[in-house]
Design a protein around this ligand. Structure first.
Ligand code: SF4
Ligand code: SF4
Length: 314
């Protein structure tokens, strides 16, 4: 595919719940589609406007590096906050111009083409929204569909691909693998439903770890993080410099801190300190309750005496 592809209603790359323009049949990796997008099509760049493009953590790293700015500046200039796929997990989507166009589109095509987001790469293929249920169910129910919109003339071209070829051509295999941990966190959160909510602190942590590598790195190396979690030397060396290693690490950290998995171990000493804290709190609570009870007893005794005084025969 050439420069301009996007998944206009997608919450997460390639996923689209039930738009009216999708072809109603399921496609597998071996299904064939007829499609070709190139600068010669009459609709060139038409699809780069009036769209919701949620950025994955890897999209953000690729785009900000491509533009040559840090995460803070990228998030401020090019994105707006959004909740991912009807969860309470915060993320970002591309902030469109006043005219409703992607800020990276020009008449010549996509300015950030080789680092364009995964959502742009998937189009016109969508991935089924299979996020409910267990991981095994999700794997077996994974399927694709074709998005056909009238203005997109790529469907009138003669080039034929299997879905597998399409995903490989768009480098989605590697990108999906790098975003997998993030997707799994979102799906895990969805499986909890609305009965449970993420605390504000947890939401902030999720946002920082998945959108801002510099801030997350700073948090790891300049807070009590390393005195709380067991992290081996090799991992520490990697995440100090390598944004992709840091991204993978963030998924483990979030899974363990938000969902209590064993991906990261809390230091033995920290556990002991926490137990002591809880015990101290419990001790204080017992002490306070006893104090209150004694005070109430004293009040009661005083009242009893006053009543006795009052009723004494003169
Ligand atoms: S990032 Fe590029 S391909 Fe995606 S919508 Fe913007 S201009 Fe189009
Ligand atoms: S063929 Fe479709 S994907 Fe390509 S530029 Fe035209 S509208 Fe966009």
């Amino acid at each position: 595919m050439t420069a301009q592809n996007s998944d206009r209603k997608s919450g997460v790359p390639g996923q689209d719940k039930n738009p009216s323009h999708i072809m109603p049949h399921k496609l597998t990796l071996d299904s064939k589609i007829k499609f070709h997008c190139h600068p010669g099509v009459s609709c060139f760049t038409e699809c780069c406007g009036h769209i919701d493009i949620i950025l994955t953590p890897f999209d953000i790293i690729g785009l900000r590096k491509r533009i040559g700015i840090d995460s803070d500046e990228f998030l401020l200039r090019y994105t707006k906050p959004v909740y991912i796929q009807k969860t309470d997990m915060p993320g970002v989507q591309i902030n469109l111009t006043k005219e409703g166009r992607c800020p990276f589109v020009t008449e010549e095509g996509c300015l950030v083409y080789s680092d364009r987001p995964s959502a742009c790469r998937y189009y016109p293929v969508g991935m089924a929204d299979f996020h409910e249920g267990t991981q095994e169910e999700q794997d077996t129910e994974k399927f694709f569909f074709l998005v056909k919109e009238d203005y997109c003339k790529g469907h009138e071209e003669d080039k034929v691909w299997t879905i597998r070829e399409w995903l490989a051509d768009q480098e989605l295999d590697r990108r999906d693998e790098l975003n997998k941990g993030w997707m799994e966190l979102v799906m895990r959160r969805k499986s909890f439903g609305y009965q449970a909510t993420l605390s504000e602190q947890a939401q902030k942590m999720f946002f920082m770890a998945t959108t801002n590598t510099e801030k997350f790195r700073d948090f790891i190396f300049n807070s009590s993080f390393l005195s709380t979690y067991e992290v081996d030397k090799e991992t520490l060396e990697q995440i100090k410099e390598d944004d992709i290693a840091l991204l993978r690490f963030s998924y483990l950290y979030l899974a363990s801190s938000l969902f209590g998995t064993d991906d990261l171990k809390i230091k033995e000493q920290k556990i002991k300190e926490r137990v002591k804290e809880v015990e101290a709190k419990r001790g204080n609570a017992e002490e306070n309750a006893k104090k209150l009870y004694d005070e109430l007893q004293q009040d009661k005794e005083m009242m009893r005496k006053r009543l006795a005084e009052k009723n004494k025969p003169v």
